[in-house]
Design a protein around this ligand. Structure first.
Ligand SMILES: [Zn+2]
Ligand SMILES: [Zn+2]
Length: 150
């Protein structure tokens, strides 16, 4: 794990460090599984850069693939959407991030998820939202099917 501290913010070398960082979080259910998000609509090379909109108060999030513009909602975020602003790195103000979902496993899937982002420009990481999963689901399914943003 290669975490550096920069202005008090954890800075990571790559997206696997972001998964490690998620697993170290306390004050929340233990994160036992993590999944980097990628957009599969790009043939052999899945795209991993996203714009992220998230509202931690409402527990909603939406990610939009930089490559194809398609969006995915976290769980039922589309129904409860609060129109949060696009995430911006608190360190360098860039808005493009790699995204990792972390979940607390319970029985057949995860019952709670947290979404964390890593700025592709400076490596700063932060959590953007978390949500209870109403019906336990595999971690790979918490971000729903792709839909074009109107
Ligand atoms: Zn895409
Ligand atoms: Zn940054």
């Amino acid at each position: 794990m290669t975490l550096r501290q920069l202005h008090g913010r954890p800075v990571t070398e790559d997206v696997s460090d972001l998964s490690d960082w998620l697993r170290t979080l306390d004050d929340c259910p233990a994160i036992t599984v993590t999944q980097p998000l990628s957009c599969a609509d790009h043939g052999d090379e899945p795209a991993t850069w996203f714009y992220v909109e998230a509202d931690p108060a409402a527990g909603v999030a939406r990610v939009r693939c930089l490559g194809c513009g398609r969006a995915r909602h976290l769980l039922d975020s589309e129904k409860n959407w609060t129109y949060p602003p696009t995430w911006q790195c608190g360190n360098c103000r860039h808005s493009i991030a790699e995204v990792v979902t972390g979940g607390h496993e319970s029985g057949g899937g995860v019952d709670w998820v947290a979404v964390a982002v890593r700025c592709v420009e400076c490596g700063s990481v932060s959590g953007v939202t978390d949500a209870v999963v109403p019906a336990e689901a595999p971690i790979g399914q918490v971000f729903g099917r792709t839909a074009a943003i109107r």
